[in-house]
Design a protein around this ligand. Structure first.
Ligand SMILES: Cc1ncc(COP(=O)(O)O)c(C=O)c1O
Length: 385
């Protein structure tokens, strides 16, 4: 008989008994040899300007950090053209997701998102004792009508990951704008723009309009825009991200935040990384070029690849994604199988450096050749591709 089952809160009990998917990276001892294309991390490492600033900041690690993250908040406010009160810095944008859920949700209330979206939404909502309603997808992307239809009087949050993780699909600015105009007043839209820099670069190449999200914040809409230093800036291990939204709502969230939760090294690194345009430019350019290389290489192997606006590719591999991911891992390349996202035949591949991507493609070719040698030939149409 479990000692604490009856003592812990119901949300903790529900989360504890629910078998969590292993979404976390490989243990450190395996990392050096492994080509990590499983967690949408930056393949070029941290921003060099951040590294320099962090080396200096480490010398003051005996002191507690600035709990308000004041210099960084001020810089982010001026960078985005918003008052400081409309910026909240947290230990990664996922920490702000949790704070928003704790602030806006409770048992009996719900949040709405799409199926096959960022897995932390369900964890954060459940930890707040609330219900996450996942509307069905349409053609690998969000079905906004289905999301609107799922909203009821108990809904307090709608999450839109834009671009979405794991599908990499994007909603253009005009689409988000009309969606927002149809949201009822009791609902806060969380626009998760973790892959903002990548999507912005893709949109410029494709001559489309990606996001007007900060206009909504400026206009005082019930919108919180999430951004992170984990992706284009290469600071995932530092844990620092932020939200831009209504001052009053962010102030409630700030009061729920753990004291000193954002380290002084992270604050210094983020402040420097924000303006490291050389690093960010290199990262997003490589990403756009290599997305085409990987797309072509994986498509040639018979995988169905969804066009991306993020730093990863969503691929239907036509068989159990977990098996393909396991075999690729044996070849030294980690990718993410997506059965826990309701896509059992799919994997997500982070776009790496040219060398990493070639290693992935040659590992995938090896698997293809081995399969062809051992299994009877199955046509694409028979696999439903
Ligand atoms: C949609 C989305 N939001 C947020 C995050 C996490 O950001 P952070 O590292 O700032 O917590 C990720 C990371 O994979 C993501 O895919």
């Amino acid at each position: 008989m479990s000692r604490f089952f009856d003592l812990v809160s119901k949300p903790a009990r529900d989360l504890g008994t629910h078998k969590a998917p292993n979404i976390f990276p490989a243990p450190p001892e395996h990392r050096s040899a492994l080509i990590k294309l499983d967690s949408n991390e930056n393949p070029f490492g941290p921003s060099p300007r951040a590294l320099e600033a962090m080396r200096t900041a480490v010398g003051s690690s005996n002191l507690y950090p600035d709990d308000d993250c004041s210099p960084l908040r001020r810089e982010l406010a001026s960078y985005h053209g918003l008052p400081t009160e409309q910026v909240l810095v947290t230990a990664g944008s996922t920490a702000l997701l949790s704070l928003l859920c704790q602030t806006l949700l409770a048992p009996g209330l719900n949040a709405v998102t799409s199926q096959c979206s960022f897995i932390v939404y369900s964890m954060a909502v459940q930890a707040a004792g609330a219900l996450l309603i996942e509307a069905p997808m349409r053609e690998d992307s969000f079905d906004l009508e289905a999301i609107l239809a799922a909203i009821d009087s108990d809904t307090r949050i709608v999450f839109l990951a834009n671009p979405n993780n794991p599908t990499g699909t994007v909603l253009e600015a005009s689409v988000v704008e009309s969606f927002l105009s149809r949201l009822p007043g009791h609902v806060v839209l969380i626009l998760d723009e973790a892959y903002y820099e990548f999507a912005q670069h893709f949109a410029a190449l494709r001559k489309t309009k990606y996001s007007n999200s900060l206009d909504y914040v400026r206009q005082g809409a019930s919108v919180v825009v999430l951004r992170t230093f984990s992706k284009a800036h290469g600071l995932a291990g530092l844990r620092i991200g932020y939200g831009l939204g209504p001052a009053e709502l962010l102030a409630y969230c700030a009061r729920m935040r753990n004291t000193f939760s954002v380290s002084s090294v992270a604050q210094a690194g983020a402040l420097a990384a924000l303006h490291d345009n050389l690093h960010i430019g290199r990262v997003v350019e490589n990403n756009a070029i290599q997305s085409q290389v990987l797309d072509a290489g994986l498509s040639a192997l018979g995988y169905r690849v969804v066009p991306t606006s993020a730093n990863s590719l969503f691929c239907d591999v036509g068989e159990a994604g977990a098996v393909v991911a396991k075999r690729l891992r044996e070849e030294g390349v980690a990718v993410r199988p997506l059965e826990h996202w309701g896509a059992p035949n799919c994997i997500r591949v982070t776009i790496g450096t040219p060398e990493q991507n070639q290693a992935l493609l040659s590992a995938a070719r090896q698997l293809g050749m081995r399969r062809a040698a051992t299994e009877p030939r199955v046509s694409s149409s028979a696999r439903g591709m």
